[in-house]
Every structure is written in C-alpha cells, then in structure tokens.
Write a protein that binds this ligand. Sequence first.
Ligand code: SAM
Ligand code: SF4
Length: 494
Amino acid sequence: MLELTDLKVHDESRQGEAYNPSTGKPLVLGKRFYIESYGCQMNFADSEIVASILNDSGFDATSYPEEADLILINTCSIREKAEQTVRNRLQTFREVKQDRPGMLVGVLGCMAERLKSKFLEEEKLVDIVVGPDAYRSLPGLIQEAESGQKAVNVLLSREETYADISPVRLDSNGVTAFVSIMRGCNNMCSFCVVPFTRGRERSRNADSIVEECTSLFNQGYREVTLLGQNVDSYYYYPDIPGNGPARPVTFAMLLERVADISPALRVRFSTSHPKDITDEVLYAICRHENICKYIHLPVQSGSTRILQLMNRTYTREWYQARIERIREIIPGCGISSDIIAGFCTETQEDHQDTLDLMKQSRYDMSYMFYYSERPGTLAARRYTDDVPLDIKKYRLDEIVKLQNRMSLDSNRQDIGTVCKVLIEGDSKKSARDWMGRNSQNKVVVFPKKDVSFNKGDYAIVKIKECTGATLIGEALAKEAIAEGSGDLKESIFS
Ligand code: SAM
Ligand code: SF4
C-alpha cells in the first residue's frame, strides 16, 4: 500500500513507459533508439521532444532495448526511490550492452547534473549524460560517444523552451496530449529539488503553444493538458519589433486562447500554486465549457508552521480561502492535492492539522508521499530530517486512508447525475467497456453495448455506481459539438 502511494505523484501506469510507435515496422532512418521515462508529466512531455530530435537525426524508435543502437532513460530525482529505480534499470542495460558492444546508453533529465560523474566515471554505467535544457545537443553528443568519448551536457539555460520543436507523441491514445507551456521553477520550496535540476522558470512563446494545440486538434486529439511546475506564473511578452511594448500574455489569457481553438477541444492544466492562482483563471474556467472544471492545488501540509518551513509562502488560512473561492466561482469544481507526511520537525499536532485541512478541503483525489530528503535542497541544508521512517509511513497511511474515504464519498455523490465524458479508449478491465474522464477528471467506465462510439467522442453518461477510483455508468447520448458556435447538440439515442 505504502509502496504504491509513494509513487502516486506520477501516473503509476506510465512509469518506465517505453516509446513504441514503430514496433514491427521496417527500419526507415537507419538506427534505432529505445527510451524509457520516469517521473512527472513534464518528463514524459520532454521525452516527446527528445523523440522528435532523434527522428530528425536518423533514429527510428523501437520498444525492444535488445535491438536498440541507443538506449535512453529520462530520469526523475524528486524522491530517493525514483533514483533507485533508474539505477536498477541502468544495471540491466549494462547487461544488454555486453551482448551489443556498439550500443550506447544515455541518461536524460533531472538526475543528469547530480549524478553525471558517478554514472560516467565511477560506475561506468552510461556513455551519454544530458540535462533537461540540453536536448538539442543530443545528436552531437551521440557522435562524440560513438567515437569513444564520454559525452556530457548538463548546462541549464535561462531561455530554452523547445518552442519550435514539434514533439513526437509517444504511446499516445490519439485523444489526450500534454503540452509544456513553461520550464523550470523559481519557487524554492525547501523540500524540492526541481529548481536545481530544471533551472529558472521561463515561459514559452504563446503563439507556438496555440499552434501546437491547434495542430493536435487537427490531428484528432480532443484534450490538451497545459503543463508547468507553476502554471499561474506563466507570463509571456510577445516580441513585436517596431510595434512598441506588447501586452504580456498571462496564464488566464493563454487558457482562453487555447480554449478558443474549438469547443470540441478540452483544456486542462497542471500544476497550480495556491499563492499564485488568480480569480481571472477561475473566471476563465467559468466562461468556457471546454476548460475542465478541475484544479490540482497542492497544499503539502495543513500546518502553517510546517508550511513556513517548507517555504510555501502561504498559510493554512490563505489556502482555505483559495479553496472557498474556487468553490464559490466554479460550483462543482473537482479539486485535488499533493500532501507530504513527516516533513522535518512535524509533530502529531501538525499531522492532525493536515488531516483536518484535508477534510475541510474535501479533495476528490490526492497524491501522497512521505518526506524524502533530497541533497542540495534548502531543507537538506537547514533542517534535520528528524521524523523516523516508521512514523512517516504511519502518518502517510492515515492520510491515504482518509483520502480513500473522501474519494469514495465524492464519487458516491455523483451517483444518479449525468456527465459528459471524453472517451480515451477501452477500459483496462474489459474491452467491452469504454473508459474516459469527465470534466472533473474522474475516470468513468460504461458498457459499449450496441452504440457506435469511437475513441475521441463525447458521451453523455448517467452514473449508476462507483468505486473509490471509478464512476460506472451508462451512456445516454452521443454529443455532437457544432464547430465554431460553441453550441452543444445532443442526440439522445435511448
Ligand atoms: N510544482 C508542483 C507544486 O508545487 O505543487 C509539484 C512539483 S513536484 C514534481 C510534485 C510533488 O512531489 C510535490 O507537490 C510534492 O508533494 C512532492 N515532493 C517534492 N519533493 C518531495 C520530497 N523531497 N519528498 C516527498 N515528496 C516530495
Ligand atoms: Fe518544487 Fe515548489 Fe517549484 Fe513545485 S513550486 S516545483 S514543489 S519548488
């Protein structure tokens, strides 16, 4: 149980996912690469940029490491456990390499900077190490490594956003896609390694984001998730030479521009920071039916004292006021959170504050972890990691149990209601059922029966029963959306 929840920040079903679009196809470009991705959605989106860069320099994809000329692992270092997983995979690839001596192994992403000398020189596990802002240099580094040199580029950049690179969608369902709108983070939460591994925050050109989303829609995608570590601080100054100072694009403006692409394109975003989420964003959600009524608003702790130590820059009361504002402006909005148990000096009373705040916030879902000290972070330098592991795990277990009860309660309240579901594909359990999500990001499963839906269609579903993780329903209608008008037209077929 604890093992599972410890990985929950990331979509567990995707950890280690490999790139597989051309399996079984003849080799077109000459060489093959295999890529495995770990960590958050941003890392998975980065792997899609890497795939594009590799395609352009003559590499086809394979889903079999044994037939690859180049094996890449896109790494995460948010918690110690994520690092250990990557290290184990590298050992496995070292064995694969023994049978294929010319094959190269590379480490990408967040672990690159911290572990470059260990991986390259001490443990001799890899040939190439590339940090998250240096993917453009990958083709040159591959050449260096092919000539027997150790190839490294872990430089962080203040400008790189990969705005001009069209990501190659990996393991895509063809319906939902992630789009990075910014990189890095300036927040310096004391527990977090991201500002050190991914560098300063920078926002991507708004036009290139809208173009990418439009192109996805034209290819048949029906949902985009705009990604950033702190999307509310998105701020882009268009560069219009000779036209004087241009009006900056805020996150609320960007959201509306993406939503205006088509009423049939759903828009989601992640992650919002409680100190930065604005009423403008909340009103933008209200104005657009296709901006999903779901906000991920990580609290981390319910104790103001711990929040201060975490450098989250808000109090428990500030956070509660933001939750109330969301519920006031967007009735029925889905809300989820991230929670850390057992941060430095956390007492039983602080822990109780977290449980109480969870109850008041009535989260539909949470990603829950126990604190894992990361080298180089403010907390590692300033505070003692003094909560014993068994207490951390015990508190996490209480948090998980409470969330499970609240998720079940939240889902039970949906029984008897009708919601609009974007179909993502077959249900994992049975190909006789469709699986999709409603606007609140809840998973909805319903029988295919004799109705002719396709992936990417919108279904109007009546919820009949539920588990803590899934709503189970019956389709009432297929929804057609009149292009350009924003009108929703239902064709009732029962
Ligand atoms: N930028 C987002 C935010 O501020 O909410 C999330 C970034 S981080 C990739 C995702 C989550 O991992 C955090 O919200 C936090 O709950 C968790 N996390 C980060 N560092 C951690 C650590 N050292 N130990 C345990 N959990 C951690
Ligand atoms: Fe890490 Fe805080 Fe930035 Fe999120 S906002 S990435 S938790 S430093």
